[in-house]
Ligand binder design. Structure first.
Ligand code: MLT
Length: 241
């Protein structure tokens, strides 16, 4: 018997796992809840017109001469010589329009998929519903890629993947055990999400740097309606979502 025709949904719990999946023709959702993808969504929802994500600090500095604000971090701290760091509050400051950004994991994950995926979009709890609606409207296979931390698993990214998988249930065939595992994990912790994530490794790492407000901000659900998409080298808001 034929399966009902539906697109598939897969989850990579670390960017390295992408190498096991053929991304051709698929929409890839990049996730780095603390903080890169949340910060990109917040900035583009608040007056930033585009963000250029780059892997290297040198590439970011190249744009500094072209009227761009240099933004990002290494190991959670603003890069020396950059204009701003990776806080959503910095990116929402109204004076910034064009940002070039490099981060320890989030922009690396974008780099890892951008030449093979059909489309790259940016997901976070801040735009969960908007991402869900967009993916449901496309009828294309989807891969959620968690940025993690230096190749390792991060709880907050995996829990977002589970939340998104649950929203897409029924419209997509779930492939792989990651969908099952992350969706059940999200269901069991969602009422205490911020309390539980205070014990996560990256929350603790950033809290020591005094930016707990950033993480509380990043865990708000559906605060924004924009879906950033990679067009060439630029992240811009999708027009109709
Ligand atoms: C990253 O891309 O690794 C993160 O967003 C790090 C951070 O929290 O600034």
């Amino acid at each position: 018997m034929n399966k009902i025709q539906k697109p598939t949904l897969e989850i990579c719990l670390t960017p390295d796992a992408v190498s096991f999946i053929d991304l051709t023709g698929k929409i890839t959702v990049i996730v780095d809840i603390f903080r890169a993808t949340s910060t990109i969504v917040a900035g583009l929802a608040s007056g930033v017109t585009h963000v250029i994500p780059v892997a290297d600090i040198a590439d970011a500095l190249h744009y500094k001469t072209q009227d761009y604000v240099t933004a990002g971090e290494r190991n959670g701290e603003k890069v020396e010589g950059f204009d701003i760091g990776n806080s959503p509050f910095e990116h929402m400051a109204q004076e910034f329009k064009k940002i070039v950004m490099t981060t320890t994991n989030g922009t690396q994950a974008i780099e890892a998929v951008k030449n093979t995926a059909e489309q790259v979009i940016i997901g976070s709890f801040l735009n969960l519903r908007a991402v869900t609606n967009y993916l449901k409207s496309q009828n294309k296979d989807v891969v959620i890629v968690c940025a993690g931390w230096k190749g390792r698993f991060n709880a907050e990214d995996a829990l977002f993947a589970g939340a998104l998988a649950l929203k897409l249930k029924g419209d997509f065939w779930w492939e792989g055990d990651e969908t099952l595992f992350t969706s059940h994990s999200y269901t069991s912790v969602k009422k205490n999400l911020s309390k539980i994530l205070k014990h996560s490794s990256h929350y603790k790492r950033l809290a020591k740097k005094g930016v707990s407000d950033d993480m509380d901000f990043c865990l708000q659900i559906d605060k924004f309606k924009n879906v950033p998409v990679l067009e060439g080298d630029l992240l811009v808001n999708l027009e109709k979502v």
